[in-house]
Design a protein around this ligand. Structure first.
Ligand SMILES: Nc1nc2c(ncn2[C@@H]2O[C@H](COP(=O)(O)OP(=O)(O)OP(=O)(O)O)[C@@H](O)[C@H]2O)c(=O)[nH]1
Ligand SMILES: [Zn+2]
Length: 183
């Protein structure tokens, strides 16, 4: 039994559960496996995710990848926050393989996070791998710690953004991004 598995067993016992009953026999193992997956971003590096899928291109117009869904865990309550991420960038001779945007999002989402930091880490990663002239990231998410417990608000949405380079300096670039991202 792994350390994580035995800790989950202890948690179940502390909650007053009978860990020997049929339905719970494999639960510590399953929970440990699930949590390892949900935090697998800690074992992932940007270079592995990108896998050299950066291609030369003389198209220097804005590229937007809209609506990348993600599942993360808030670092305060270890409860899920779930949402969508929109990424835009202005290439500077190099473009990134399309699927890699989603892989970058997952790499950072599968860690304990706050939404603001997740947004910033994604923007910095896109900037680092593409050397782009600017990048914008917007995340819209709902936090289970605010829905299932605590203040129990079901309909609020948190929207965070990070704008870098031309996206920060030029209003028109920022607006084009918002329009293409459907915000
Ligand atoms: N800014 C930000 N806050 C977050 C995020 N995820 C959770 N939180 C907040 O973190 C705060 C933690 O507040 P505390 O007062 O220490 O914890 P708490 O008593 O459980 O707070 P309540 O949720 O208000 O019951 C709460 O306001 C959460 O809503 C996030 O991604 N970004
Ligand atoms: Zn929380």
């Amino acid at each position: 039994m792994s350390e994580l598995e035995s800790l989950y067993r202890k948690v179940l016992k502390e909650l007053g559960e009978d860990t020997e009953r049929e339905g719970l026999l494999d639960t510590p193992k399953r929970a440990a496996k699930a949590m390892k997956f949900l935090t697998s971003g800690y074992e992932t590096e940007l270079s592995d995710v990108v896998n050299n899928a950066v291609f030369s291109s003389d198209n220097d117009e804005m590229v937007v990848v809209q609506g990348i869904e993600f599942y993360s865990l808030c670092e305060h309550h270890v409860l899920p926050f779930i949402g969508r991420c929109h990424i835009g960038y202005l290439p500077n001779g190099k473009v990134l393989g399309l699927s890699k945007f989603a892989r970058i999002v997952d790499m950072f989402a599968r860690r304990l996070q706050i939404q603001e930091n997740l947004t910033k880490q994604i923007a910095e990663a896109v900037e680092e791998v593409t050397g782009c002239r600017g990048v914008g990231v917007i995340i819209e998410a709902q936090h289970m710690c605010m829905m299932m417990r605590g203040v129990q608000k079901q309909n609020s949405m948190m929207r965070t953004s990070v704008m870098k380079g031309a996206f920060r300096e030029q209003q028109a670039t920022r607006e084009e991004f918002m329009r293409l991202a459907g915000i």
